[in-house]
Design a binder for this molecule. Structure first.
Ligand SMILES: [Ca+2]
Length: 136
């Protein structure tokens, strides 16, 4: 008896095939300064240097709430992990993944949504944000 286990392909694997990419996350196939993985994860085109990924957006609301938003693939098995962190001190602070709130918003493209994180009631004079996309 032979047992064959088929692992479902991720959206990242499908994307690499469709674009003719080499499958190395840090490769910049089209030479535009953005990695193939970053472009796939954030609405860019890894095979077209004219279509760059969309960087996260930071907005300070008049209500004192800080909004940090990024695009996120809606693919159920995208093969991408999105991590957003903040700290109030780059020397002595720790990077925090806990936010006051998080909202899913439509992006206008069915392949993506926006994830918006909120921070409120903070007394800090400075805030720093770190964002990265990785494979699991
Ligand atoms: Ca690129």
């Amino acid at each position: 008896m032979e047992l064959v286990v088929t692992v479902p392909r991720t959206g990242w694997a499908e994307y690499m095939d469709s674009k003719g990419l080499r499958g190395i996350e840090t490769t910049d196939f089209d030479g535009d300064g953005q990695s193939d993985l970053y472009e796939y994860a954030l609405f860019g085109d890894a095979a077209n240097s004219q279509i760059l990924a969309e960087n996260p957006k930071l907005r300070f609301g008049t209500d004192g709430v800080v909004h940090f938003a990024h695009r996120k693939l809606t693919h159920t098995n995208s093969g991408i992990l999105y991590t957003a962190e903040w700290t109030d001190n780059l020397v002595t602070g720790t990077w925090i993944r806990s936010w006051s709130g998080m909202t899913n918003l439509p992006s206008g493209d069915p392949a993506f949504e926006y994830i918006e994180y909120q921070l409120q009631n903070l007394e800090e004079e400075e805030l720093f944000f770190k964002f990265y996309v990785t494979t699991p």
